[in-house]
Design a binder for this molecule. Structure first.
Ligand SMILES: [Mg+2]
Length: 238
């Protein structure tokens, strides 16, 4: 029996919505987990850091320069490709044969000066039993810069970017399969933490425990848990 979810859930003290009850309380629901997979952007730092504001400006300029279109058209293409393919890059590659490597270097060349180290998050990630990995639709070198700025460097056993999945992005299931095969992840004993709900569908279908890390909870069957406070959520797991 599933309790009916209402907007009430947003205001209760519990940091997760009714799906938490559906899946059991956090600790028991994660007792089988030996591999912890984290998205990077807006998951291992709060969305208020707004790194995508900088990345999107770079993307738009790259689209303008590469395709020879004006700013409004480039903005529209950037958004359309993100919605249709999961990332702007995939649209540029499929529809315009854009070379991914220079694009990825350019759009991730952003300032991280305002990011702050998060000692509490570092502590709780370190406490997680088993293998810990980062899997981002950005690049691994970019992820390393962000992790360093957040004081999370040295905590992960592996860092994977879109370049490790032949530039196929999440939410494509084949992208997850490529990364998990590379790492030797057994999805039946793994958990995925993500801010983009689309990117939890394949992990769910592959048998993973799924955690939506975002300010607002969404009601989807493929989301087992929601939290708007990752350090506190992790503190309940170990
Ligand atoms: Mg993200």
């Amino acid at each position: 029996m599933q309790p009916q979810r209402t907007s009430y859930n947003r205001f209760v003290v519990a940091p997760y919505p009714y799906n938490a009850y559906h899946a059991g309380m956090p600790k028991q629901s994660f007792s089988h987990v030996t591999t912890w997979v984290f998205d990077l952007d807006n998951t291992l730092y709060p969305p208020e850091c707004r790194l995508f504001d900088q990345i999107e400006v770079k993307m738009t300029e790259y689209v303008m320069n590469t395709l020879g279109v004006d700013r409004p058209k480039a903005d529209q293409l950037r958004h359309d490709y993100w919605a249709r393919y999961g990332t702007t890059l995939t649209g540029l590659m499929r529809e315009h044969d854009v070379d991914p490597a220079p694009y990825l270097i350019d759009v991730h060349d952003i300032s991280l000066d305002h990011l702050e180290a998060d000692g509490l998050l570092a502590h709780h990630i370190k406490e997680l039993p088993g293998r810990r990995i980062v899997y981002t639709n950005g690049t691994a070198p970019y992820a390393e810069r962000v992790l360093a700025a957040r004081g999370l460097d040295g905590l992960f056993d592996a860092i994977y970017g879109v370049e490790h999945a032949n530039f196929l992005p999440k939410p494509e299931r084949a992208a997850f399969e490529t990364i998990f095969e590379k790492d030797g992840v057994d999805t039946k004993t793994a958990a995925m933490f993500e801010d983009d709900a689309r990117n939890l569908q394949a992990p769910h279908d592959m048998g993973m425990r799924t955690v939506h890390v975002a300010p607002e909870a969404l009601d989807h069957d493929h989301i087992h848990f929601h939290t708007d406070d990752l350090p506190t959520f992790l503190s309940k797991l170990s």
